[in-house]
Design a protein around this ligand. Structure first.
Ligand SMILES: [Zn+2]
Length: 367
């Protein structure tokens, strides 16, 4: 894994880029009594005949202890309030947070959140989640920003769990198409648009068998505008929008790999990734009406993909610039299912059997 600074320079993608900005070396640094890697899924190391990459149980991975200053994307605006975590927990009928080495652990009936002072990354039930601002000590007390409490902790620890209800309409968005080829495989140059469409077509009948009415934003190699992809979902009154992508670093760094899931950034928080676009913290989008469900869906899908494929968990990330997410009127996420700039992951992505397996993983996550 690249050092943090190097990774900060190199992460990113053709379409979405990498969001979580903490290298695994840091993730594992300074841990008190780290647990050994655990094997917890039956197809570990042999995923449908394909080697899984460095699979360890995410829940066994401790949080980083010493944050690099570079992980703080921007200073919080003056309007941010710093709320003592124990007061917030008491106000939400939760047990007080407890310390375990450098970790701060907060639990509810829904799961366990691990935090660390000065670290922008958290872990929710073992899945990496990016906060807007690192927790900090104020007057000797662990504090979180109020937008992080409202938009990250509350939806996961306290809000009603995600349910798909009776509106069984889902829009699957195969990323790119036509002249918009997306990125390409490091192995042979095949385009991302081919694999996203194939994945969508594999997923469609599986979701239909789960009782979903499925619409695809494109069914052939056509260049559908991002706004029209949103319009389709809105006009069909979709209950879920899922955009399928495969990743690459801008400089084709072969070492970067793993899975990321994006949802739109809540008002009041900085994005995990802006990719050079402006990131107006207080600009609302229609999709912000679903901030809690967006995060719940993103965590749910990310967890399913990481555990189902064995690929590295690069975390749940937030972005504002993704047009395909901004205007959604239902829970909506964009997944980057591995890196076509990484030779091992490109080999997986190019293999139709592996894509079929991933389609089953996604369908199982959307019962
Ligand atoms: Zn893409």
């Amino acid at each position: 894994m690249a050092p943090v600074l190097e990774r900060l320079k190199k992460y990113g993608s053709h379409a979405a880029g990498s969001g979580i900005i903490l290298a695994a070396a840091v993730f594992l640094a300074g841990c008190s009594a780290p647990k050994p890697p655990q094997t917890i899924i039956e197809h570990t190391g042999n995923f449908g005949g394909f080697s899984a990459l460095n699979w360890t149980n995410p829940s066994a991975a401790p949080l980083p202890a010493a944050p690099p200053a570079q992980t703080q994307p921007q200073p919080p605006p003056p309007s941010v309030n710093w709320i003592p975590l124990n007061e917030w927990a008491a106000g939400h009928d939760l047990a007080p947070p407890r310390r375990k080495g450098s970790q701060i652990i907060l639990e509810s009936s829904r799961g366990k959140m691990r935090l660390a002072i000065g670290v922008i990354e958290a872990a929710w039930n073992g899945i990496r989640v990016s906060l807007g601002y690192p927790p900090r000590m104020v007057d000797g007390r662990v504090c979180l920003s109020d937008p992080d409490l409202d938009k990250n902790l509350e939806p996961l620890l306290c809000a009603p769990p995600l349910g798909f209800g009776t509106n069984r309409v889902i829009v699957i968005d195969p990323g790119h198409g036509g002249h918009n080829s997306g990125t390409h495989s490091v192995l042979d140059g095949r385009f991302e648009k081919e694999f996203t469409l194939d994945m969508a077509k594999r997923l469609e009948p599986l979701l239909q068998s789960n009782g979903w009415t499925v619409f695809l934003t494109r069914t052939n190699d056509s260049d559908v505008s991002l706004s029209n992809r949103v319009t389709l979902a809105v006009s069909r009154h979709a209950a879920v929008f899922l955009s399928l992508h495969f990743n690459a670093t801008p400089d084709r760094n072969p070492d970067i790999r793993g899975i990321e899931t994006y949802c739109v950034t809540p008002v009041g928080l900085p994005s995990t990734l802006a990719r050079g676009y402006s990131d107006p913290v207080f600009l609302p989008f229609p999709a912000n009406d679903f901030d809690a469900q967006n995060l719940q869906l993103a965590v749910h899908i990310q967890k399913a993909l990481v555990r189902g494929t064995g690929l590295e968990d690069r975390g749940v990330c937030r972005a504002r610039f993704m047009t395909v997410l901004q205007g959604q009127e239902c829970p909506a996420v964009l997944v980057e299912i591995g890196y076509l700039s990484n030779p091992q992951e490109a080999a997986l992505i190019e293999n139709p059997r592996w894509r079929g397996k991933v389609a089953h993983v996604l369908a199982s996550a959307l019962p």
